[in-house]
Write a protein that binds this ligand. Sequence first.
Ligand SMILES: NC(=O)c1ccc[n+]([C@@H]2O[C@H](COP(=O)([O-])OP(=O)(O)OC[C@H]3O[C@@H](n4cnc5c(N)ncnc54)[C@H](O)[C@@H]3O)[C@@H](O)[C@H]2O)c1
Length: 251
Amino acid sequence: MDMFLAGKVAIVTGGASGMGACVARMLAEEGARVVLTDIQEEKGRAVAEEIGRAGGDAHFIATNVSRRHAVKALIQETLARYGQVDIVCNIAGPGAHIGHLDTTEDEYNRQLDGHLRGVFNCCQAILPHMMERRYGKIINMGSFTAYGAVASIPAYCAAFGGIIAYSKSLARFAAPHNINVNTVSPGNIYTPMTAGWLDQPGTLDVLEKQMPIGRVGRPEDVAVAYVFLASDRARHIVGADVNISGGQLIY
Ligand SMILES: NC(=O)c1ccc[n+]([C@@H]2O[C@H](COP(=O)([O-])OP(=O)(O)OC[C@H]3O[C@@H](n4cnc5c(N)ncnc54)[C@H](O)[C@@H]3O)[C@@H](O)[C@H]2O)c1
């Protein structure tokens, strides 16, 4: 199925690694011109170069999405290069492994800033441009942890609860401007963020046996939803949260 993404311009945050890199690759395969951004400069440039070698159009711009002025600069540089932004995929965010009693103020801020504030900054910065063009697709990363009561990572769960609520509010605001805002909520996905845990002997096998679908997700399982929601095929989808957890969480 043609997703009609040829010529579209997409910004992908967290594009240096895991699901962000996969979304960037898949959007480029569909013909979109992609600006990847991340705090990991070397890895981000490598992904952009790899996309270029495969025949795609990709460019890396280093940005910390929790910094408002940096996000504004990212948008300005993208517009100067490509003249438009059609799609924003907010995927950047830090991993977590600190429990309720051990969560320091710094860790709380790291989670809320890296996830929720980053999404807010990127959405707010791109809205005037999308509203002026009366066109836009915004797809924010959610997580099953917003629903699944994971006791071990409280600030991470809170950040994703915030992203999903914020995205629904934004979806209602943006739809009259022909801007579709949606979220995608994966279950456990095997990426550099989770590899340290899933690569421990026996862990992946045990989890795969527990998964209703019998496998742990891979970045491409999530990236396909991004590509679909970024396309006009999904023009009537507004404020949805797509559960991509292989049945790990059904709600
Ligand atoms: N892997 C999972 O099981 C899973 C499940 C649900 C949601 N998520 C979320 O999906 C997103 C992608 O995760 P992943 O598993 O691909 O992890 P990953 O670590 O491979 O990729 C995350 C990327 O975000 C970047 N990043 C972090 N903070 C940033 C910031 N402030 N500004 C710019 N870039 C920043 C990192 O440098 C990294 O390249 C994250 O937000 C994560 O919390 C992951």
